[in-house]
Unconditional design. Sequence first.
Length: 283
Amino acid sequence: MQKAIEVNELTYSYDKKSHAVDNLSFEVKKGEIFGFLGPSGAGKSTTIKLLTRLISPPPGKVFILGQDMSKVKYSFYKKVGIAFENDVLYPTLTGYENLMLHAKIYGTPKEEVLDMLKKMDLFKSKDKKAGDYSKGMKTRLVLARALVTKPEVLFMDEPTSGMDPEIAAYVREIILNLNKNGTTMFLTTHDMNEAEKLCDRIAFFNKGKIIELDTPENYKKRFGKQVVTVEHNGQKKTFSKQDDLTMLTDIINSKSFDSIHSQEASLEEIFIKVVGRGLKGEA
Ligand SMILES: Nc1ncnc2c1ncn2[C@@H]1O[C@H](COP(=O)(O)OP(=O)(O)OP(=O)(O)O)[C@@H](O)[C@H]1O
Ligand SMILES: [Mg+2]
């Protein structure tokens, strides 16, 4: 397996009382979209800061594309894109100028900057000041800036947090398209819907630790209930695999049912079952 990200027994504390990241180990394959799903205060942003060296990790703990992140030089960030929710754009510069400034540092040509603005549906607004952009536009500009150098690995902290659903869907589409071109992605979210739509594998994350790690499909297979609910003569009846299903087949054969629903556990229900708490609220 070619590894894009490797984390070995990483621990980090802001104070002596508790660990924000607690003995964390995991690997992300090249080309994968890997998500950290966890509630507020779980340590998601701290983890992503350590992975990208916004907080310097100790030696031998974090490797991106085989490089020890405690030792990388600034030029390595050409290969690594970072898009954080509260990222600072230059508000008095236009969208185009914001991107150009970043592109120049890494020698990315102007044509690719213009191309990226088109991709992000920002071309028409490229000469508007970034400070006058809407929240959704700012987020797309931040993502554009992270992507304009064509990174091999992209880190995103809550990429669609606070966006209206339509723009969030658009940004997710962009993320999936980029991944098809081979970009490895690491993202954090407390939105199970987002995790399920985007991620190849999802780590259930709480109190600085990975509690479970699997694909969305496997979570459902492992923890989901497979039940069918039938509405019949004004009554609802639920059948599971273990039940005698004669009554169910009789109802179906007689065509006397009003409705039939198969029921799958949502990732949120599974998260609560596995982690023992929900995705909203305090840690
Ligand atoms: N700069 C800081 N100084 C002190 N403590 C911090 C700092 N940043 C985060 N923490 C603490 O570390 C823990 C993890 O915070 P972190 O921001 O990593 O969580 P998160 O999962 O990203 O939460 P959210 O979903 O709200 O963004 C929390 O208890 C938080 O209070
Ligand atoms: Mg956070």
